[in-house]
Design a protein around this ligand. Structure first.
Ligand SMILES: NC(=O)c1ccc[n+]([C@@H]2O[C@H](COP(=O)([O-])OP(=O)(O)OC[C@H]3O[C@@H](n4cnc5c(N)ncnc54)[C@H](OP(=O)(O)O)[C@@H]3O)[C@@H](O)[C@H]2O)c1
Length: 298
């Protein structure tokens, strides 16, 4: 099966491209500047000419704070982009897998969100993603929307890589300890998406719709940071000695974030037999790979 992966240079896009061979898929990897998902003509042309049997949209505007001041661009990429892909996929009757986010929720529920919980985004980024999801639902019957959270991996910039860098630069840092969520490895997420693609290819009926997938378990950004340093110390002695817990109000950011955005992943288990690994286990694997890559580069 041939899969068109958009946003192929991002942290998830690169993982999808890397792992596709393990599933026996051929991948057509597309990103800016060859493919701008905000341009309907370009998208229609690429989807049609690629002769792909499925599209996975890993392209997005992901800078949550900058989106507050770049609203137009955030909505173009996160709402118009998925709409263009949905229209183009429907036209040639192929499915679209769209990636979404826990930031579509306001965090007030207090227990893990299920797929049918009402969305109420607090930020421009969250609103642009929620609107993109609605476009996909209305324009492409054959769709999977997979919401995930706190994504990190080997490629690109993310919280894990920032912490590993700061851990060697500073003795003390402040990390928010009153926002709760579930860290998700881009390696695990890509494997999940490709397993869904495999199911789509091999099943006569597919339960199209919205699903949740994130690392198993809940922590805070502070708990996540502490675990990163605990694992990193197995590989090198790091400078940092004090990871100070602070409240959201003490650590001001442009965009508001949900205080509790853990996702309930029962539905993906029921329909796709996919069970997320504990977030700590996946984190160990990624950090091990980061240090192995470092050693190889020396
Ligand atoms: N990162 C997280 O913590 C997180 C959490 C929950 C959900 N998600 C979702 O997971 C998905 C993957 O996220 P990620 O972290 O892998 O994102 P990422 O690393 O920022 O990658 C996104 C890719 O899309 C590209 N892109 C931007 N605008 C485009 C356009 N108009 N046309 C085509 N490509 C474009 C980006 O290129 P440039 O770099 O050149 O802009 C980048 O290569 C997204 O849907 C995101 O919303 C992410």
């Amino acid at each position: 099966m041939k899969i068109l992966v958009t946003g192929s240079k991002g942290q998830l896009g690169r993982e999808l491209t890397r792992q596709s061979k393990d599933f026996g898929f051929e991948v057509l990897a597309a990103d800016l500047p060859e493919l701008d998902i905000t341009d309907l003509i370009q998208v229609e042309d690429m989807v049609e000419k690629s002769q792909a049997s499925l599209v996975i949209n890993a392209a997005a505007y992901t800078n949550v704070d900058r989106a507050e001041t770049e609203q137009e661009l955030a909505f173009a990429v996160n709402t118009t982009g998925p709409a263009n892909l949905a229209v183009s996929c429907a036209k040639v009757d192929i499915p679209l897998i769209q990636i979404s986010t826990d930031f579509v929720f306001d965090g007030k529920k207090g227990t893990p969100y299920i797929e049918t919980d009402p969305v109420s985004p607090l930020s421009v980024y969250g609103k642009s993603k929620a609107d993109g999801d609605n476009k996909v639902r209305s324009k492409a019957k054959k769709h999977i929307i997979l919401r995930t959270s706190w994504l990190y991996g080997l490629y690109g910039q993310n919280f894990v890589k920032t912490m590993l860098r700061l851990g060697n630069e500073k003795e003390s840092i402040k990390v928010v300890a009153d926002q709760f969520g579930s860290p998700t490895s881009a390696t695990d997420l890509a494997e999940t998406l490709l397993a869904i693609a495999d199911k789509i290819q091999n099943s006569s009926t597919v339960n199209w719709g919205t699903y949740h997938y994130c690392g198993h378990g809940v922590t805070t950004w502070h708990g996540f940071a502490e675990k990163i340093f605990e694992i990193a110390r197995k590989y090198e002695s790091i400078k940092i000695t004090n990871v100070k817990p602070v409240t959201t109000s003490e650590y001001s950011t442009k965009a508001k974030r949900p205080s509790f955005s853990a996702l309930d992943c029962s539905l993906i288990k029921k329909y796709f037999e996919i069970t997320p690994e504990p977030w700590q286990k996946s984190l160990e694997i990624i950090i091990n790979q980061i240090y192995s890559d470092k050693r190889r580069m020396k």
